[in-house]
Design a protein around this ligand. Structure first.
Ligand code: SF4
Ligand code: SF4
Ligand code: SF4
Length: 326
């Protein structure tokens, strides 16, 4: 029943979730979110990890709206017409006329609610799952970005600097979950290599890094009426996720995938029993081996690191020059 099938009938909505399992999970999820801010300030020096309790998500989309509203200022504002690429190998990816799309990841939608069905206690049940960047512990998108545009902060979040990104989409190709999404006609390439570079900028969840820096909670966590997400220092969150899973006789995803991520999903059913659509911008929940443990990627990362540093420095310098000229 592994996830690739389309759900064709209306599913009864989680009788299961209103039961004792949810009560136990909810209790575990009520940890004050303010703690995230403390963790971000770094008293424990640990990365920030988010636990997402699938059993509690009602699919209300409040988190999606909050993410869009909070990050609207970071969304692309492409210039049209787009410059012609030479050679004509990089496709135009234009989401600017489809900003409202909310059922997948796009440059204008960094979080979406994925639907999955599963048989729980003999009853077919619909589960809803918030999906965004997993914020990998050893992120290939960061380690293999040739321009130094993707970076990882000490608290474990990864983000793409839209001032430096040339849109070559390496981050998307090496991401096991197809997370970063490209918008054509925006960014540094328009100034320096309009016909030759990557054709835009890549966008994804940046973990609301400015909010975290200011001691605030990410918008999606703050907006959720069900307390589905809990963020805090890694050791505490790992303990919590394991306790929640034990309590609900459930399963974890994200702890080991791709060598470990800073996002841990807790599910009442095994992840390989979730039937769900996947595809471009619609990530799977399959097992993932550590991509950065592969010899070729390790070697590439070592070669790229100094070049990426120089490219990023140039990007920042160029941006500074442009701002002075304004
Ligand atoms: S999930 Fe993909 S985009 Fe997010 S940190 Fe991991 S590799 Fe990068
Ligand atoms: S952490 Fe921020 S950017 Fe990421 S999904 Fe939540 S609201 Fe969106
Ligand atoms: S706001 Fe909470 S309950 Fe609503 S869809 Fe998002 S995670 Fe689920």
């Amino acid at each position: 029943m592994k996830g690739r099938t389309r759900m064709t009938r209306k599913l009864s909505r989680r009788a299961f979730l209103k039961g004792s399992l949810t009560a136990a999970a909810s209790a575990a999820a009520v940890t004050p979110l303010a703690r995230a801010a403390d963790a971000a300030a770094g008293p424990s020096g640990e990365p920030l990890v988010t636990v997402i309790n699938i059993a509690d998500c009602t699919g209300c989309q409040e988190c999606v709206h909050a993410c869009r509203e909070s990050n609207a200022g970071k969304f692309p504002r492409p210039q049209k017409p787009f410059p012609r690429m030479f050679p004509d190998r990089v496709p135009v990816e234009d989401w600017s006329d489809r900003k409202d799309v909310s059922d997948r990841l796009t440059p204008y939608n960094w979080l979406f609610i994925q639907q999955a069905s599963a048989v729980i206690n003999g009853e077919e049940t619909l589960l809803t799952i918030p999906r965004r960047c997993m914020h990998c512990v050893n992120p290939p998108c960061v380690k293999l970005c040739p321009w130094g545009a993707a970076k990882q902060e000490v608290n474990g979040l990864s983000r793409i600097d839209s001032d430096i990104c040339l849109g070559g989409s390496k981050c998307n190709k090496v991401c096991p979950w197809d997370i970063p999404q490209r918008q054509t006609g925006v960014g540094l390439y328009l100034d320096i290599l309009p016909g030759l570079a990557g054709n835009g900028v890549m966008y994804k969840c940046d973990r609301c890094f400015q909010k975290i820096e200011n001691g605030e909670t990410p918008a999606c966590i703050d907006a959720c009426p069900e307390g589905v997400q809990t963020m805090g220092p890694k050791s505490e969150m790992v303990k919590k996720a394991k306790a929640m899973a034990k309590e609900m006789d459930g399963y974890l995803y994200g702890l080991d995938e791709n060598g470990g991520t800073n996002t841990i999903y807790v599910s009442p059913v095994p992840f390989d029993q979730l039937a769900m659509e996947t595809g471009k911008g619609v990530p799977h929940l399959d097992p993932v081996e550590d991509r950065m443990a592969q010899g070729t990627n390790l070697a590439r990362a070592m070669i790229i690191a100094p070049l990426a540093g120089a490219a990023a420095a140039f990007g920042k310098f160029y941006k500074g020059m442009k701002e002075e000229d304004k």
